[in-house]
Design a protein around this ligand. Sequence first.
Ligand code: 5AD
Ligand code: SF4
Length: 463
Amino acid sequence: MKVFLRTYGCQMNERDSENIAAQFEEQGCKITDSEKEADICVVNTCSVREQAEQKAIGKLGHLVGLKTRKTRSGEKISGLPVVGVTGCMAQNLGEKLAQIVPEIDFALGTRKTHLVAETALRIARERISNPVSVPRAPLKKFRKSSAIIDVSDDPSSHLQIYRHNEKILQPCAFVSIMQGCGMNCSYCIVPKVRGKQRSRPEPDIISEIERLTKRGTKEVTLLGQVVNAYGRDFGKPKAFSELLKRINDIDGLERIRFTSPHPSYFRDDLISLYGSLEKLCEYVHLPLQSGNDEILKRMKRPYTSSVFVDIAEKLRERVPDISISTDVIVGYPGETDSQFEDTVKMFQKCSFDMAYIFKYSPREGTLSADKDDDIPEKVKESRNQRLLDVLAVQSSEYNKKYEGQIAEILVEGRAKRGDDTFMGRTRTHRKAVFKSDESKIGKLIKLKINKSSVTTLEGEPLS
Ligand code: 5AD
Ligand code: SF4
C-alpha cells in the first residue's frame, strides 16, 4: 500500500513522522509524495499557533475529498484513501476534529503516534474487503463520523520513538530523547498537548545513535521540548551533560547538536562542555522569548535577561565564534514599545545570527488565553520586521567572516537550485552550497568559502 504523510510544525513532529513512516515501511508499505495515488494519508499536526491548526484542517478537508472524487452518489467504492490525523492538533481537538472534518477515519494523540500504521492499515484492509457507499455530498449532512479517536495516554509512548528508515543514508539524523514538557510557559499549548516530560533511558538513546552511525550518520541533533532538562524526571539534574559525554564517545559520529534547551537549565556543567567535547558543535539555539524582564515574568519564564546574557557571554568565552540563535515572541499581551525595545537590545547584545520570530497567538487552555490579545496585528508585524532587519545585519556580518576561510562541511545532499550544486552545513550550522557529486553525500569536506550572503555561504571543495 502507498502512504502519503504530511507534517506540520517543529522538528519533534518531523521526527515523529519519520518514526511513523518507518512503521509503515516495516509493514511493507511505500511512502509516496503523491496524495492522489495514496491508499493512506496521514497528517501530523501542530497546535502552537492558530494558523498551524487552520492549515492542517484545510489539508484534511482536501484529503477527505479524494475519497469521493470520481464517484456518483450511492456508488460502492472502497472509501480509500484512509485519512488519519495525529500529533498536537489531534490531541488538542480530539472528538471535536470529527465534527470539523467528519470524513476522517482516525485521530491519534501525541502519545499514540506509535499506533498510526497499525490503525491505518487495519482500516484500509477492512475497506478493501468491504467497500462502502459514499454519498457525493459532504458527510456532515448524512451521518455521524465513524472516526476512531484516541487521545489517551500510553505510559510507554516515549519508549516507542526509535524507528528510522533503515534503507536510506541519513547524514544528519534527529533523535528524540524525551517526550512532553515539564514547564508551564503562559502562552504555550505544548504541555497540554504533549503531556509531562518523560525522558528515554540513556541506553536506548545510545543504541539508536550507534545504529544510525553504523549506517553512515555523521551528525545527530538531540530533540526535546526542553532538551537540557533531560533526566530531571528521573531525579538526575546533570543527566543531559552526562548523556552528551556518552554520545561523544560513539565511534563514527562526528557532530552533536541539540534543540531546544531552556536558559534555566543551561548551567555550568553544560557550558563547560563547549570547547571540550570535540563533537559538540559550536552552535546553540537558545529560546529567549522576550528581552524584557517583566514580560518574561508574565510569560512564566523563570530567568531574567541578565541570566541569559551571562550564558551567552560564558559560551563566547569558551568558543569565541559560536553561533547563537533564538526564538522570540512579539506582541505578547500588554507588550509596550519600550518592552519590545529591550528585545531588540538583547538581539544586539547577544549577537544572534538567526532567530525564529513568532507573533503572539492566543491558545485556548493556556494561562495567557484569557488575557486580551491587545497588540494589533500591524504592530506585531512591524516588531517582527524590525527584528528581522537587525538579524539580517548581524547574520551577514557573521557570514562575511567566513569569506576566504576554509570551513568543514558535512555534505547533506543536493541543493534546491539544482544542477550539480550540493548543500551542507558548517559546525556552526551555516548553510553552504558548492559544486560536488553524489559520492560526497554524507562526507565531511573542506570548503574554501568565496562568497557569503545573509543566509548562505558559497565555496569550492578542496577535498
Ligand atoms: N504564540 C506565538 N508563538 C508561540 N510559541 C509557543 N507558543 C506560542 C504562541 N502561543 C513559540 C515559542 C516557542 C516556539 C516553538 O513557538 O517561541 O519557542
Ligand atoms: Fe512551550 Fe515553554 Fe515547554 Fe517550550 S518550555 S514547549 S515554550 S511550555
